[in-house]
Each structure stands twice: as structure tokens, then as C-alpha cells.
Write a protein that binds this ligand. Structure first.
Ligand SMILES: *Cc1c(COP(=O)(O)O)cnc(C)c1O
Length: 357
């Protein structure tokens, strides 16, 4: 039987998607050829790219005036591209909210190109909360946020309204709930947390923001290059785009992002309910900011964890060790993780508590 997979990323994908993907590797579209050995310019693959983009538009209700791209380089390349495409060459200035490891990395890349204002940082409490009262300079070229802090398990629940266009790294919660795309200038996400396999990155960008930096942007780093070539400027990551497309079809078939939200909230409620109730564990994130995607918890002082580790491994659970910067445990509950897996983990936590007496 397949394990209960709580891996933080790359992470669980729906079984139907894995089945279809494996079939396409052998014989794609009844071509008697593998998806991996046909031209990315063939009509069969062009149809995949177009369908993947159309599904992003449909599921997130992307309005007119935005382009949807599938790129490579992960979210980490977007840390660079966002700054290149939006920060003015002269007196460039960008604002960043520092909510953790990924936000810090994004901010460091922008510093290479211009002035970066860190409007607030949660570093003082090991990033276990989302800072709320901060001011964003009106003259910033953009304001960068990370919607979900994958490592520390905190999530932005309400996005701020600012003069500066919002740029958001949504790598670990895109497609987990509805969002209002028109509130953002740029959204990007590495696929491997909630959308597909590693290797593809989705970018949703407001066209009118591009082309105003006065910067000589290398062709590959320029969003306008990729928009002009329909994400086919160079060979796209065909497998990653295909499996992302399958996952997006799966989300649609389940009822779309609203249905995902309902399921994800039910899972998170059950998980945090147990973390709060269980006398052996405690949550690490500020309650109001708790992530529906990644629940982080620690053993309470004096609780030995060797036995707990034995129990969850024996129950077929995978991937709940916390990130090294937090320790303890992290249960990542992305879209494809079924409620049964959360129930299995809760049962192990309860059995462990009973044994501890
Ligand atoms: C995993 C992650 C990243 C890094 O993504 P790569 O695709 O590996 O570059 C960036 N931001 C967030 C929020 C993440 O969870």
C-alpha cells in the first residue's frame, strides 16, 4: 500500500495523475512514442502547453491583461526575474516582507539590482508569525510577499492593499484556495509543492507592468521574451508541464480551488485540533497565522520521540520530520493528501500519548 506522504516538496501527487503520467512516458496520445521523445513543437505537445495555461486561467479566474507562463529554474529563478523585470534601472527600489527562508533569499537577489526596503521581518521569533503593522513606501517599484512559509508553517491570510504592485511567491499554496489575481502584479510558484513535479514554474504577470525598467534584461530573464514565444522560447520542461497539466485537470475534476480549500481547511482543522489537544506536542506557529498547508509541531519538554518515530514509520507515514531550522515535525497537507492520511497521523499521535500515560 502507498505511504501516507506528508513530504514538504517535492510532494504527493494524485494517484490518477501518476498513473496517466507513467502511461504517457511509454505511449503518449496513441502516437506509439513517448511524451519524452517527441518535438516540443509537435501539435500534440503544443496542445499540452496550451491546455496547461488555459487551466491556470480557468482555475484561478485570471483576468484579461495577464499572461500565464510555464518556465524553468524554479521559484529561485523568479527571485531574480521578478527584480530584473520590475525594478527600475535608475533609483530602483523594492519593498520586501521578510517572513522566512524563501523571502530572505528573494530579498537578497533584489539587493543586487537596487535598493531593498525590508518593511518588516519575523526573524526575531524564528519566523513563527506574519508581521502585520508595517508601511510600504509608495514609491517602491513593487512589494514582494511570500504567501505561505513552507518551512515555519505560517501563511498570509489577508493580502495588503498597497500602491506598489504586489509580487507574490505562492510556491507552496497556489491552487490550494481561490485568490483574487487582479490584486497582484506578479504571481509565481515552483510546481513541486502543490501543482506538479519539480522542473516547471508557473508565472502569472500583469502585462502592463512590463517593459518600463530601462534595464537591459538578458533574453531568458525577460518575461516579454517568454510571452512573445508562448513559453516556447527554448525547449520547455515537457514532462513537468505535462504532469502539471494532469494535476490541474484533477483539481478541476474535484471541483476546482473552492473544493480544494474546503478539503484543505478540514484537514488543517483536524491536524491542529490534535496538536492543541495532545499533551505530548505543541504547535510552533502563531495561531492566527497557521498554515493550512504545513503544520509544524514540537514534542513538549521531556517527551521522548524515539518511540513516536517508530510508531509513525510503522503506520506507513512518510516525510513528517521538521525542517532543520525548526526541528520537531512538519505535516505538509497539500491538495493531493487525503483526509485518511491526516486521520492516520492523528491516530498515531493519540496512541503515542496513551503509551506515555
Ligand atoms: C520550495 C520553495 C521555494 C524554492 O523553490 P525552487 O523551485 O526549489 O526554487 C521558494 N519559495 C517557496 C515559498 C517555497 O516553498
Amino acid at each position: 500500500m502507498k505511504k501516507h506522504n506528508f513530504s514538504a516538496g517535492p510532494c504527493i501527487l494524485p494517484p490518477e495523475v501518476l498513473q496517466q503520467a507513467s502511461e504517457a512516458v511509454i505511449n503518449f496520445d496513441d502516437l506509439d512514442l513517448s511524451l519524452l521523445e517527441i518535438s516540443h513543437r509537435s501539435k500534440n505537445f503544443v496542445a499540452v502547453m496550451e491546455r496547461a495555461q488555459a487551466l491556470v486561467r480557468e482555475l484561478l479566474e485570471v483576468p484579461e491583461g495577464y499572461s500565464v507562463l510555464f518556465l524553468q529554474g524554479g521559484a529561485s529563478l523568479q527571485f531574480v526575474m521578478a527584480a530584473f523585470n520590475l525594478m527600475k534601472a535608475e533609483n530602483g527600489k523594492a519593498a520586501y516582507l521578510n517572513t522566512g527562508t524563501w523571502a530572505t533569499k528573494a530579498l537578497k537577489e533584489a539587493r543586487r539590482l537596487g535598493e531593498v526596503v525590508e518593511v518588516a521581518s519575523a526573524k526575531d521569533q524564528n519566523f513563527n508569525y506574519i508581521p502585520k503593522n508595517y508601511e510600504v513606501p509608495n514609491d517602491a517599484d513593487y512589494f514582494h510577499l511570500t504567501s505561505n512559509n513552507t518551512i515555519f508553517g505560517v501563511q498570509i491570510k489577508d493580502f495588503p492593499q498597497t500602491e506598489a504592485p504586489l509580487v507574490c511567491d505562492m510556491s507552496s499554496d497556489i491552487f490550494s484556495k481561490p485568490i483574487n489575481v487582479s490584486d497582484f502584479g506578479l504571481i509565481y510558484a515552483g510546481a513541486q509543492k502543490n501543482m506538479g513535479p519539480a522542473g516547471a514554474t508557473v508565472v502569472i504577470v500583469k502585462d502592463e507592468l512590463l517593459g518600463h525598467t530601462g534595464r537591459d534584461i538578458p533574453a531568458y530573464l525577460d518575461y516579454q521574451t517568454h510571452i512573445g514565444k508562448d513559453s516556447m522560447f527554448n525547449t520547455p520542461p515537457v514532462f513537468a508541464v505535462y504532469v502539471s497539466m494532469l494535476t490541474l485537470e484533477w483539481i478541476k475534476a474535484q471541483g476546482g480551488v473552492k473544493a480544494m480549500q474546503k478539503r484543505n481547511e478540514a484537514k488543517a482543522q483536524a491536524m491542529y485540533g490534535e496538536i492543541d489537544r495532545n499533551t505530548c506536542f505543541e504547535g510552533t506557529a502563531a495561531r492566527d497565522d497557521r498554515s493550512t498547508m504545513n503544520a509544524c509541531f514540537l514534542p513538549k519538554a521531556g517527551v521522548p520521540t524515539e518511540r513516536f518515530d517508530e510508531l509513525w514509520k510503522a503506520a506507513g507515514i512518510n516525510g513528517i520530520n521538521g525542517h532543520r531550522s525548526v526541528g520537531g515535525y512538519r505535516a505538509s497537507m497539500y491538495n493531493a493528501l487525503p483526509q485518511e492520511s491526516v486521520d492516520a497521523l492523528i491516530e498515531v499521535m493519540q496512541n503515542f500519548e496513551k503509551e506515555q500515560g
